[in-house]
Design a protein around this ligand. Structure first.
Ligand code: MG
Length: 377
């Protein structure tokens, strides 16, 4: 079924600390979740209603998506929905889903249920039956309210576009409507109640963002990295972000910290985001002698930008000398600091190769690392 959508993102959101629809949630602006869900479900066009100063923010938040455009809303929600309806193109009897950008966790399933329930009615809204016991009162209970037949209205709310236009045409100018069903009810329309979704919670207060983050489905991924550097003349070596006095040093373009290099590749690998050489080409003189913690910080920042987080890391250093054990705790503490992880999520281990191979002959040192991450699914 073809349909259009109006996403209302014109509110000031002062209770959530301002501009909640533009704030990042799971690595992308809150408004983008809804617009993507509507487009993926097959919306032919999505009209995003923004405040007069919201056009640039919408362009940034929705960059790379097609079939949407922004229009300016009004002072009241009803004015904004009217502006969205005016901006719709396409068949006048096409279904339109009106949705609040402050409810980002919109599923394809809810959209499907609404579209299937619309024929034969003037509207269909996502709603949840009230399950808590309801009390009326101020500082003490005056009455227990029968919750039978009571529902919490959510969005999206689906209507035939021409039916919703007709209802708004007779809605009193300046009267506040907290949802669109009320406008259609006022015009004598029949509106169906369709099973909503608890995840369609409205971002109202600042703490709602933490709740919504916890509700976002995540996938666990693992990445691995390996690195080796050659020994050369020197008097200290950097390993896992710690400088250790030694009778040789590792030779490399940067500080040659093989532990941090392997770990950086593990984080990048878990994201499918190339390797350390792609991000910091050894041909670039900028990285000559560079402290390698910045490579790892860069990888973790790219992970955060995608709404991901590091779960744990495990590094193995492979060398005959220097002895790693006396420095292991300092290495773990330094990595935990760089990665902002608890100490028990950071492991540094070491092994020799029993005098075999290039590390056994002390030609060089090798490091292997694994990183576990979580990304929005
Ligand atoms: Mg290296």
């Amino acid at each position: 079924m073809t349909f259009a959508a109006i996403v209302v993102a014109a509110g000031s959101g002062s209770r959530a600390g301002g501009d909640k629809q533009w704030r990042p949630l799971g690595g992308k602006p809150a408004v983008r979740w809804s617009v993507e869900a509507l487009l993926h479900a097959g919306a032919e066009e999505v009209v995003v209603v923004v405040a007069a100063d919201g056009f640039a923010r919408a362009a940034g938040a929705l960059a790379g998506l097609n079939d949407w455009r922004a229009v300016a809303g009004g002072a009241e929600r009803a004015d904004s929905v009217r502006a969205g309806l005016e901006a719709l193109t396409g068949a006048p009897d096409r279904p339109v889903l009106v949705h609040d950008a402050a409810r980002p966790l919109l599923s394809a399933e809810v959209i499907r249920r609404l579209l299937e329930s619309l024929p034969g009615a003037d509207g269909a809204i996502a709603a949840l039956p009230v399950s808590d016991t309801l009390k009326r009162g101020s500082d003490r209970i005056e009455a227990t309210v029968d919750r039978g037949g009571l529902w919490r209205a959510q969005t999206p709310q689906a209507f035939r576009a021409d039916r919703l236009r007709a209802a708004y045409a007779v809605w009193p100018e300046g009267a506040a409507a907290t949802d669109d069903a009320a406008v259609v009810e006022h015009d004598g329309g029949t509106v169906r109640l369709v099973q909503g979704d608890p995840r369609l919670m409205k971002l109202t207060y600042p703490e709602d963002f933490a709740m919504a983050e916890a509700l976002i489905a995540r996938q666990t991924r693992v990445g691995q990295g390996f690195d080796a550097h050659r020994w050369g003349p020197g008097d200290s070596v950097w390993l896992c972000g710690v400088e250790i006095a030694h009778d040789q040093t590792l030779i490399g373009h940067s500080d040659a910290d093989a532990g941090l290099h392997a770990l950086t590749d593990a984080v990048l690998g878990a994201m499918g985001d190339g390797d350390i050489g792609d991000h910091f080409p050894p041909t670039d003189p900028k990285w000559k002698g560079a402290a390698s913690d910045q490579f790892l910080i860069h990888a973790v920042e790219r992970l955060a930008a995608r709404g991901g987080r590091l779960v744990n890391v495990d590094v193995t250093l492979i060398c005959e000398r220097p002895k790693v054990k006396p420095h292991r705790q300092a290495m773990r503490e330094r990595l935990a600091e760089i990665l902002n992880l608890p100490l028990d999520a950071v492991s540094v281990k070491a092994t020799t190769m029993e005098k075999m191979g290039f590390t056994g002959r002390e030609e060089g040192l090798a490091a292997s690392a694994i990183a576990t991450i979580e990304l929005p699914a």
